[in-house]
Structure formats: structure tokens, C-alpha cells
Ligand binder design. Structure first.
Ligand SMILES: NC(=O)c1ccc[n+]([C@@H]2O[C@H](COP(=O)([O-])OP(=O)(O)OC[C@H]3O[C@@H](n4cnc5c(N)ncnc54)[C@H](OP(=O)(O)O)[C@@H]3O)[C@@H](O)[C@H]2O)c1
Length: 439
């Protein structure tokens, strides 16, 4: 028998878990602990017991059958129970989740949470509280569902100076963009399909406006650069302006369109941004389709590392949450300090205007000679040189044509100025879309 299994399986010596939330993730975690709690003995040295589960509605029909007396609607049954060692928060939202996490940490309980919003807005405060109370605060499931990236940033990649993170960390937008690319579906129709399949919520704002991805990027950047960033540090654009022809032109130019969450260190400042961008078709991120997520990290020692997998869903997220429970359970007893990002050097967040990027611009113009020369002149005034021009669609009925211009690298503020001037040209009917090109 392996040494691990020689530990007494006495239940009184087990680790007690208080689970807050029994929805998509909570039910997966509860079911896993109930059916595997005693086999976790081999990994943690103790059995893992599900002592209490907090919900809002006691009478809701559940996907998992709990033992008598485990379900509660009173958070104090978890927070004030000295026998509960680990609190697993899978409720979501900031209130009351954040208050419960603070109370649990103040009581010296170890925390496992999947809550990206709380970790993005208050992660630094919670980590300090964890350290002061000699507790662990683990949050693998808060970024990328089943993808092991948070622990990787804290441990396996900790020796590196992180040069950049480029990621697809919102499965809903990636599903919509994949649908638009593969079937040339319009944005609204792709969104409705995503909602029908349960990939998008009835209010999809957080996903399609990049808010959810910005929370996750805040967490990744804070770990990478060991500073506390806030969601407001992240420049953000959503995906609702994209139209089927953007995907057609992108493909013709050799690119895919993906909503990227990017952090990169540029001299003494960090640039943080979430927006749809053109990605070279041969790049691995361009091949991440559907609800899948991927995070590419470039480190000073490891070079480029890419993790790819299911970014949400009951089983993948249960994998991340239970992994954290096992880690916390292993630490109980030897009271190791919480895993904490070190305090890194002061870093400015660079304004988006200072970004240097290539651009894709789709315009509707009057179908007259000389229009392109005017646009080229205006771009030239801003030190922006044209890389390619496509003209495919002409509309004789409206005397207009659609053109697409790609540029060589230019400063964002120069590009924005040129776009504003372009909109004022009488020959330009509409600047339909502008996207950055990530090489
Ligand atoms: N779903 C995913 O694939 C996924 C992936 C990664 C991370 N996450 C994160 O995991 C967390 C949970 O997500 P989920 O999809 O499992 O959510 P969910 O299905 O909406 O479940 C939320 C659960 O929390 C309970 N709850 C909410 N507010 C409560 C309150 N004030 N008091 C007591 N119980 C309360 C609900 O109780 P009732 O059942 O009684 O309403 C429900 O059981 C979120 O932070 C989410 O961002 C989710």
C-alpha cells in the first residue's frame, strides 16, 4: 500500500469543506467531493468531507443529491463553524460573496474561489487578509475554467520576467466570432444561437463588451507583473461592431478575427487591452475555435508557452476548483503561507494612445476617382503608411464602394486622429470598422 494510504481514514481527522453555491460549478464540485472525498485521502493525507452547502433557494430542484442536513440558506452555518477548514465560493457576483470571503479569511479559513469579478476588483486586499491570517487563497477557476494558468503563473512560470500575455479568455465571444467566421452569420444571429446553446446569458453585456475578459486579464496581469491592477486599467472594445464582410476581408488578407486580451511590458510600462483583432491565420491563437480558451505567455526563460482547453462548463471548472481544494488540503497542518504574488517594481499603465500597431480599416466611399489619393494623403500626414488596399464591393445604386486598407505600424493616437479626419472627408460615406492587427 502506498505510504499516503496508511493515514487513518478517521472522519473526525478529515478536512471539512463549506461550499457556497450549488449552481453549474457548485453542483459539479459537490458531486465530485461526495463520490471521491475518501479517495482524496491518497492525495491530501485526509478525507475531504462536504459539511455544508449554501444556496439562496432551499426548495429548488438540484442536479446533485446531498446528505441530510448539509443544505443551508444561512451563511453563518459555514462562516461561524470552527470545524470548516476550507470555504469554496462558487456563488459569483461581488455582494455578498466578497463579504463572505473576508469573513472566512478573518476566521483563518482557507479559500477556494472561482469568482473573477471579486478577484479582479479586490484580489490584492483579499491576499493581504489571507497572509495576515495564515490562510491560502486559491483561484485557479477564476481564469480560463479548466485551463491551468493561475497556478502556472504563480509557480511554474514564476522564475520568468513575463514579456507578454496574449489570450482568448472568453468562450462566449470566441463562439460568436467562430460562428461569424465559419458561416458568415451576422453578429445578432450568432449571439442568439450562443444564447440558445447556453453559452451566452440573456444579458450578454459582460461577455460581448469585453468586461469578463478584462476581469480575467486584470488577474493574469497582476500575477505576471506582481502589481495590483484594476479592471479600469484595461482598455476595452467589444465585438458588436463586427460584420460578416470583416471576416471575409480578414480571410482574404490571411488573418482570423479573435477577441484578444493582451498584456505586454513595453519599457517601464505595461499595456493592457481587450479588443477584437486580426491574428495571422497560421498563429495558434487563430485556430482556437468555439468556446475554447487559450493563453499564450512569453517569458524571459521559458519562451512562448501556450495552454489551451475548455474555458468554462461544469466538469472543466470542477477540475480547477477541486485541484485547488486538494492544494489547500495538502497545506493544512503544515500552515504554509498563502501563495502570494511578490511586490514587483512600480509599473505605469500606458494609455492606449501610445500603442503601436498595424491597422485594418473598412470604409464606404464615393465610387469616384481620386478618393484613395485623398485618404492616402491624410494617412501620410499622420506618418501612417499603407500596406495593402482591397476594393471588392461596389454599389452603383448608391454610387459607393467598400474599400479595406491595412497599414504598417503606427501610433494609435495618430491613427485615431486620421480616422476622425477621414470621417470629415466628403467622399467618405462611413468608416465602417477599424481593427488592430496583432502580428
Ligand atoms: N459556469 C462556468 O462555466 C464557470 C466557469 C468559470 C468560473 N465560473 C465562476 O463560478 C462562479 C459560479 O458560477 P455558476 O455558473 O456556477 O453560477 P450559478 O449557476 O448561477 O450558481 C450560483 C449559485 O450560487 C448560489 N447563490 C448566489 N447568490 C447567493 C446568495 N446571496 N446566497 C446564497 N447562495 C447564493 C445560487 O443559489 P440558488 O441555486 O439557490 O439560486 C446558486 O446555487 C461565478 O463566479 C462564475 O464566474 C463559472
Amino acid at each position: 500500500m502506498p505510504a499516503d494510504f496508511e493515514v487513518s481514514p478517521d472522519i473526525s481527522d478529515g478536512i471539512n469543506v463549506g461550499l457556497m453555491g450549488l449552481g453549474v460549478v457548485g453542483a459539479g464540485v459537490a458531486a465530485h467531493i461526495l463520490s471521491n472525498g475518501s479517495s482524496l485521502l491518497g492525495l491530501t493525507g485526509r478525507t475531504v468531507n462536504l459539511k455544508k452547502v449554501l444556496v439562496r433557494d432551499r426548495f429548488r430542484v438540484r442536479d446533485v443529491e446531498l446528505p441530510e442536513g448539509v443544505l443551508t440558506t444561512n451563511a453563518e452555518d459555514i462562516l461561524s463553524d470552527p470545524d470548516i477548514d476550507i470555504v469554496v465560493e462558487v456563488m459569483g457576483g461581488t455582494y455578498p460573496a466578497e463579504d463572505y470571503l473576508k469573513q472566512a479569511l478573518a476566521a483563518g479559513k482557507h479559500i477556494v474561489t472561482a469568482n473573477k469579478e471579486v478577484m479582479a476588483k479586490s484580489g490584492s486586499e483579499l491576499m493581504t487578509l489571507a497572509r495576515d491570517n495564515n490562510a491560502n487563497l486559491l483561484f485557479e477557476a477564476s481564469v480560463g475554467g479548466g485551463i491551468p494558468i493561475v497556478g502556472c503563473m504563480m509557480n511554474e512560470l514564476a522564475a520568468n520576467d513575463i514579456r507578454s500575455i496574449r489570450s482568448i479568455i472568453n468562450g462566449t465571444t470566441n463562439y460568436i466570432l467562430t460562428k461569424m467566421a465559419q458561416e458568415r452569420t451576422g453578429f445578432e444571429q450568432a449571439l442568439v444561437e450562443a444564447q440558445g446553446l447556453g453559452y451566452a446569458e440573456s444579458d450578454p453585456t459582460n461577455d460581448i463588451e469585453g468586461i469578463d475578459a478584462a476581469y480575467k486579464l486584470t488577474i493574469l496581469a497582476s500575477l505576471a507583473y506582481r502589481r495590483s491592477f484594476q479592471p479600469s486599467d484595461i482598455y476595452r472594445e467589444g465585438i458588436s461592431k463586427l460584420e460578416p464582410q470583416d471576416f471575409r476581408y480578414a480571410e482574404e488578407l490571411g488573418y482570423a478575427i479573435k477577441s484578444l486580451a493582451i498584456a505586454n511590458l513595453d519599457e517601464e510600462a505595461v499595456q493592457l487591452r481587450v479588443y477584437p483583432a486580426l491574428v495571422p491565420a497560421e498563429h495558434m491563437l487563430a485556430k482556437v475555435d468555439g468556446v475554447y480558451n487559450a493563453v499564450e505567455v512569453e517569458g524571459s526563460l521559458c519562451g512562448q508557452v501556450l495552454v489551451h482547453g475548455a474555458g468554462a462548463g461544469r466538469e472543466p471548472t470542477t477540475s480547477a476548483v477541486v485541484g485547488d481544494i486538494i492544494e489547500a488540503a495538502c497545506k493544512i497542518g503544515n500552515h504554509s503561507p498563502a501563495l502570494m504574488p511578490r511586490n514587483g517594481p512600480e509599473l505605469k499603465v500606458k494609455p492606449i494612445g501610445e500603442l503601436r500597431s498595424r491597422y485594418y480599416v473598412r470604409l464606404e466611399v464615393a465610387d469616384h476617382p481620386g478618393v484613395l489619393a485623398q485618404i492616402a494623403q491624410l494617412l501620410g500626414d499622420g506618418q501612417i503608411s499603407i500596406a495593402a488596399v482591397l476594393q471588392r464591393d461596389t454599389h452603383p445604386e448608391t454610387d459607393s464602394a467598400e474599400i479595406v486598407i491595412t497599414t504598417h505600424p503606427a501610433r494609435e493616437d495618430s491613427m485615431q486622429m486620421a480616422l476622425r479626419r477621414m470621417e470629415n472627408l466628403s467622399q467618405v460615406k462611413k468608416v465602417s470598422n477599424t481593427l488592430r492587427i496583432e502580428e
